[in-house]
Unconditional design. Sequence first.
Length: 339
Amino acid sequence: MGSPIASTIAQLVLEYLEEELLAHSNYDITIFKRYVDDCLIITSEQQDQEILAHLIGFHNKIQFTIEKEKNNSINLLDITIIRNNNKLETKLYRKPTNTDRILDYNSAHSERQKRAIITNYIDRAIKLTSPTYRPTILEETITLLTKNNYPINKIKRILKQRTHKLYNTLDATTKKEPTTYIPIPYIPQLSEKIENILRPYSSIKIAHRPHLQIKQEYSRLKAPTPKEECSHVVYRIPCNDCAGVYVGQTQQKLKDRLKGHKYSKAPTALYKHTIENQHSFDFGKTEILDKEKNRKPREFLEMIHIKQDVNSINDRTDIRNLSSIYSTIIDNTKKKRRT
Ligand SMILES: [Zn+2]
């Protein structure tokens, strides 16, 4: 499923097939459960092949395979379903290919995130497993966590809390105030302080985002794009004949935008400065100040850079949308690059 729309289409198609199958047949189906394209069907042994043929018959591009129970049990998604004296029991199922590697406890992530990992693993073990198998599955979960360096006393403590909580609230529905999560990069110690400050506001929670992700580290292996090939940028062009600079933003490739500045007679501040003062701009010395894919934040960054630069020749109208609340901060950080 490569395309982002693929899972939605799969969902729609499977929903249609499910309705057709159940409405226009007389199969002896005790249970029909489906998660996207995984179906769990309980039926008689004579009918399973008929149902399979029926599903395959819908369209030659849609293929189904069948997996039957073995030793009274079958794996579905994250659980093993076990038929035990006409009663169905479940236990957490982990694929044999599972590497047992999860976020290491020694990794530079917030304590809260690591606690959440322990909690999630324990909750899944308890919720997806019937009481008969729970001790074994919990033992396996503890092994998985300790293998990844989670301290045993911490695991035991959380296990005790979660067992108490889940056994007492498995049926209860609790209504909670909606929480707003604010993602901020995780910086050890500083992030904890910010979290403490926000603690009294129960509807706001901080979600710690790892500061450096492997993806970002490795993307540096790629040769950097030459600046004139970059798009979605805020840029600055210096004047050849005075200290003035022009700040702009574009979604185009920088080289195309600069071509526009050189040849277009659109009444930009750059064009006016050129005509009114008989000055020219040094396009070769254009700098990229920021990169931002989305237009609104990019326009905002452009305004900040215009306001910050004492030598900016941009029109005042270029920053008319900048709220005055930023002025004090920006005035304090004004750059005096050239005088
Ligand atoms: Zn000039």
